[in-house]
Design a protein around this ligand. Structure first.
Ligand code: NAP
Length: 488
């Protein structure tokens, strides 16, 4: 079973087994999980369905490899990451095709994910050699303080289906650079991309046991078994707030360090002085990237009442020009959603918004099957308190609500329990800075619809979680500090 069992072009040579201790093998009980094509529901491939015995074998391998990996010179660790970056770049087309097939996004967007996701391998290959502590004089004199950084130890990574490569490399890059070994549990809907990445890491010579991948349909059991083991020292999770809360609870027993990249409900503010062309352009990116299935997706459009009508009309015009279809077909802008439940949940939010007073300018109803498609949709006259404004939509729907003052806009933006990212469009420099400071979010896109960048600290506040991925901050999540007091 070294090759994806589906016959779909682009899956040749992609592993479907577990990767544990440098060996590819079937699940202990030989079970498998079907990976479906969201464009028609057909089976793309079957991957190993690991259980708790497999997960514990993966943790054994990670724990055994930890000491040697942390003792490997930082330059060597960095060079292995750099080699992985080069190989992923060479195989960008293959990665993009696998991502597009299992997740649904259009090929062009999948290529964008490969470029973005791969940057974390490059960035952290460079950061591996910049980990250092400090030497400091005691403020009252008489002694010195030395601090040193050490890898936290074996990590567990649990990743979602929406960015199957990038959500993994954001964690693997800094962990390996810091000297940690890892067990990765990718989303069961999109496991193939992570298996392909593990093949690359193996090929460039990352030592056995440093990276282990366990695909499973028993996420809860596997996660709980791993976290019940005190050898596991760190958990980094990207996914829903609900699951994140449970994992935070589980981490209490052994006080594992945790990073949580959770849900979002991004407001997209358009002030009366905004450049409307730029705002519509930014709205298209912030809303439609990944069919709206992104934690950073603009979820609530808050538009000044004097420009709301024009903004809505122009956005609806652009949305109605998009082509919906299978992600691998030419000319497709919008692929399918991940599954039938996603279509149902997006449809229900739209229907409820209409009942609450919203008007549909374009889209609004799920497309006929096969596949799980929802058309680009623009809703206007959405009441501020509408249900859709309080829920993460995770689909191609743009609800527009108006405001009349800056204070009202900021208060509405901050009224969510989430705090991942906010977008703001204004040409007034003072307002830009005032609003950026007042927004209770981990990230702000100022006159831009895209914030993600491997060199920047990605992460949220409030129910969007804590910890940062990328930037100089990213590697800190994988380092402990030891302070040494030295009388002189
Ligand atoms: P999810 O249901 O929370 O699943 C995420 C991952 O957790 C999957 O690998 C899943 O495995 C696993 N999982 C589910 N229940 C678990 C449990 N009890 N114990 C251990 N692992 C468990 O989220 P999703 O629906 O895949 O992803 C969408 C969510 O992710 C959205 O809320 C989105 O905003 C968020 N997200 C956040 C960011 C960010 O950086 N802030 C980025 C992307 C997505 P299975 O696949 O087997 O269920």
């Amino acid at each position: 079973m070294t090759q994806a069992s589906g016959t779909r072009d682009g899956l040749e040579g992609v592993e479907t087994r577990l990767f544990i201790g440098g060996t590819w093998r079937d699940a202990d009980d030989a079970g498998t999980i079907d990976v479906l094509d969201p464009a028609d529901g057909s089976v793309l491939a079957s991957v190993a369905d690991g259980g708790t015995a497999d997960a514990m074998a993966a943790l054994d391998a990670a724990a055994d490899a930890q000491a040697a990996w942390s003792a490997t010179p930082p330059r060597e660790r960095g060079e292995l990451l750099r080699a992985a970056y080069e190989l992923v770049a060479q195989r960008a087309d293959q990665f993009a095709r696998v991502i597009s097939l299992e997740m649904g996004k259009p090929l062009a967007e999948a290529k964008g994910e490969v470029t973005y996701g791969n940057e974390f391998l490059r960035w952290f290959s460079e950061e591996a050699v910049r980990v250092h502590g400090r030497w400091m004089e005691n403020p009252v004199g008489g002694s010195r303080m030395l601090t040193m950084k050490k890898p936290v130890g074996p990590c567990l990574f649990i990743t979602p289906w929406n960015f199957p490569l990038a959500m993994g490399t954001r964690k693997i890059g800094p962990a390996l650079a810091a000297g940690c070994t890892v067990v990765i549990k990718p989303a069961s809907q999109t496991p193939l991309t992570m298996l392909l990445l593990a093949q690359v890491l193996e090929e460039v010579g990352v030592p056995a046991g440093v990276v282990n991948v366990v695909t499973t349909s028993s996420s809860r059991e596997v996660g709980a078994a791993l976290m019940a083991d005190p050898r596991l020292r760190k958990v980094s999770f990207t996914g829903s707030t609900e699951v994140g809360r449970g994992l935070i609870g589980q981490s209490a027993e052994h006080l594992q360090r945790i990073s949580m990249e959770l849900g979002g409900n991004a407001p997209f503010l358009v002030f009366e002085d905004a450049d409307l062309d730029a705002a519509v352009e930014g709205a298209m990116v912030a809303k439609m990237r990944n069919m709206g299935e992104a934690c950073t997706a603009a979820n609530r459009f808050l538009v000044h009442e004097s420009v709301a009508e024009e903004f809505g009309r122009r956005l609806a015009e652009r949305m109605s020009g998009l082509t919906v279809g299978r992600g691998q077909d030419d000319g497709v802008d919008v692929g399918p959603l991940i599954n039938a439940e996603a279509v149902e949940s997006v449809g229900a939010l739209v229907s409820e918004a209409v009942e609450e007073g919203a008007r549909v300018l374009v889209g609004g109803k799920p497309a006929e099957g096969p596949g799980w498609f929802f058309p680009p949709t623009v809703l206007v006259d959405v009441p501020a308190e509408a249900t859709i404004n309080r829920h993460e939509i995770f689909g191609p729907v743009a609800p527009i609500t108006t405001f009349s003052t800056e204070e009202e806009a900021v208060a509405a933006a901050n009224s969510s329990e989430y705090g991942l990212v906010a977008y703001a469009y204004t040409r007034d420099l003072t307002r830009s800075l005032r609003v950026s400071e007042a927004l209770a979010f981990g990230m702000v896109g100022l006159n831009t619809g895209i914030v993600s960048n491997a060199a920047a600290p990605f992460g949220g506040v409030k129910a969007s979680g804590f910890g940062r991925e990328g930037g100089f901050e990213g590697i800190e999540e994988y380092l402990d500090t030891t302070y040494v007091a030295i009388p002189l």
